[in-house]
Design a binder for this molecule. Structure first.
Ligand code: ZN
Length: 444
């Protein structure tokens, strides 16, 4: 791709990126005088500094949850929504280069945050700078919003939305090209009920992962094994513990995985008398679409409802089931909650919500999507259709907002991994695409 608009700013953009990558902006759970730790707050300040250099006016939330930088005139507000927090680097010894030093090697930029989300954020910022350098006039206000808790539970955006002006429209440079226009609603919840004095279970996995192992170490090993055999479920026994085997996938694709935990619960429910196990066996035995509770819930834009039984804790005090439910954009959350609560009640389980994220849906025919799509297709020649996804980006925190790039399909996913990297080509292409998009959407 030619970089007609942005070639002149490519080199200096790397300085800004280098600056941002140098912060280990990872959530500090023990932070007291900042919401998420000093590294995250410092990185937010650094991002605002970089925006000031480009000529934007900046604002930082006095409590430190978010910041933004704005330029332009007009009633309408176009938002480009980014995040400055990153996931931990993992084992530093497994990195080829220091995760917090931007390193360019073999045409790739290495460092934690290069792909998620500091690289794409700087690409978008310098896209705007290129337009300003060329004397383009903005007929709308363009605002970069920087979140600081994207990798966790988005408390930054709760604060932003409570306190700040609503966007007229916008995009999030934190996913794939061409763009994501639909994301399912995401409900993470517990069902809590009666425990058991006979044995304990401690399957405490992440909500967003289909468990590929589930553990039982009670004293009815032989009975449980017999039941697992009856069902033809894979398992191994190690040191007096049964480990049921499944296939792990992201919860958003729960219907493509094999849930080891529901399999264990099905076998256990034949051996023990625990209502929580009977509940799982009745409704989730090999049915990650929850049809036993909901019937078929599905739409053309976003696909089927999926339920992942992520966690199961059982002890003398309580049984606690953790569910990750992805709700199609046309379904009502309230409906989903009521039916689940009613089904649980029969087994003495009470509904205890953990987190909920709204669905995202912007019609493909909308001006925003048609404009972004046309820009992308013109520049790349790639005619791929827009994406609907069960995943979650910040786009769903604002109306008329979609996820737009920065990763094309042929660039490997490296975010959240060791040796996270973004190819330079990809970075410069994204910058050029963003420049054309901002020009179309916000310039005279
Ligand atoms: Zn991200």
């Amino acid at each position: 791709m030619e970089h007609k608009l942005t070639q002149s700013v490519q080199e200096e953009s790397l300085k800004a990126l280098e600056h941002l990558i140098s912060y280990a902006s990872v959530l500090d759970e023990d932070a007291t005088d900042t919401p998420f730790g000093t590294e995250i707050l410092d990185c937010l300040k650094a991002a605002l500094e970089e925006c000031e250099k480009v000529g934007l006016k900046t604002f930082i939330d006095p409590e430190g949850y978010y910041g933004y930088a704005e330029i332009g005139e007009g009633d309408e507000l176009m938002v480009i929504l980014c995040h400055m927090d990153v996931v931990p680097a993992g084992k530093p010894s497994e990195w080829k280069y220091d995760p917090y030093t931007l390193t360019i090697e073999d045409g790739k930029m290495y460092g934690r945050g290069t792909q998620d989300d500091k690289g794409p954020s700087v690409a978008a910022l310098y896209a705007l700078k290129a337009l300003l350098d060329q004397g383009e006039t903005l007929n709308k206000r363009v605002r970069f919003v920087f979140g600081t808790d994207e990798e966790n539970i988005w408390r930054c955006m709760d604060q932003y939305n409570a306190k700040e002006e609503k966007a007229s429209f916008g995009f999030v440079p934190d996913a794939d090209f061409p763009l994501t226009y639909a994301e399912k609603g995401l409900l993470q919840t517990y069902l809590v009920g009666e425990g058991s004095k006979d044995f304990e279970l401690n399957n405490d996995g992440a909500f967003n992962v289909v468990p590929d192992e589930a553990y039982y170490a009670g004293d009815k090993l032989e009975d449980v094994k017999a039941k697992l055999d009856e069902h033809n479920y894979d398992y191994v026994v190690e040191d007096g513990e049964i480990i049921v085997k499944g296939k792990s996938v992201h919860s958003k694709n729960a219907d493509e995985g094999v849930n080891a935990l529901t399999r264990l619960a099905v076998a256990l429910s034949d051996v023990y008398d625990v209502p929580a196990l009977d509940f799982i066996a009745k409704y989730f035995d090999e049915d990650p679409k929850g049809t036993g509770i909901y019937g078929t819930v599905e739409d053309e834009m976003s696909g089927p409802l999926t339920i992942n039984v992520s966690r199961l804790i059982l002890n003398a005090d309580e049984a606690r089931i953790g569910l990750d439910i992805r709700i199609p954009v046309t379904a009502e959350k309230e409906d989903i909650v009521v039916k689940l609560s009613e089904a649980g009640e029969v087994f003495g389980l009470r509904y205890e919500e953990f987190d909920y994220l709204n669905s995202l849906y912007v019609p493909v025919e909308s001006e925003l999507i048609q404009t972004l799509l046309a820009v992308y297709r013109d520049l790349t020649g790639d005619q791929s259709e827009p994406i609907s996804s069960g995943g979650a980006t910040f786009a769903r925190t604002m109306d008329n907002c979609v996820a737009f790039g920065a990763r094309p399909e042929d660039v490997p996913v490296t975010f959240h991994q060791v040796n996270e990297c973004m190819p330079l080509d990809n970075y410069y292409d994204a910058m050029e695409i963003y420049a054309h998009a901002i020009k179309k959407l916000a310039c005279q």
